[in-house]
Write a protein of this length. Structure first.
Length: 157
């Protein structure tokens, strides 16, 4: 219980540091500051295809051979090396669930990965991420250095 209380006190102290002299919280202001900063830094790619690039890719695709397909053994090896208690992604599938899959499940995942490779198309949901701002060690945020006191941690959702 000591750890939980310490964390709570530390969080309250950090939130108090972001208040002005009158005790008014500026959390919305800080959240908007982070949102604007991250929107500038992490701009999404434009999905509209450039005709010149498409033409070059079509010529390149005719000249080169496709990457080889993944094998069942390779997939089983990767799944076996996953840490069983690692956090799940947005699909809520844990490594332990993958490790307990029957052969039909392994075959379905293998088919999916090989289709992604063969079609050279990465689905949009696999490109999305969630960014969480983590306080840097030893930093004490205030209204002046709030952007420098935190670093982004990206987790794919």
């Amino acid at each position: 219980m000591k750890v939980a209380r310490r964390r709570g006190r530390r969080r309250k102290k950090l939130l108090d540091d972001l208040k002005d002299r009158r005790g008014h919280s500026h959390l919305k202001e800080v959240a908007n500051l982070f949102a604007n900063h991250l929107a500038e830094v992490y701009t999404p790619h434009d999905d509209t295809p450039d005709p010149e690039i498409l033409r070059k890719l079509a010529n390149h695709a005719q000249q080169t051979e496709k990457p080889r397909a993944f094998t069942t053994g390779e997939l089983k090896g990767v799944i076996k090396r996953l840490h069983p208690r690692k956090a799940p992604g947005s699909d809520l599938v844990t490594p332990l669930m993958l490790q307990e899959l029957p052969p039909e499940g392994i075959k379905a995942i293998l088919h999916l990965f090989n289709a992604i490779t063969r079609l050279e198309h990465w689905p949009k949901p696999l490109k999305q991420a969630k960014v969480v701002m983590i306080l840097k060690p030893g930093e004490k945020p205030n209204r002046c250095n709030v952007l420098q006191a935190y670093q982004p941690l990206t987790g794919y959702i």
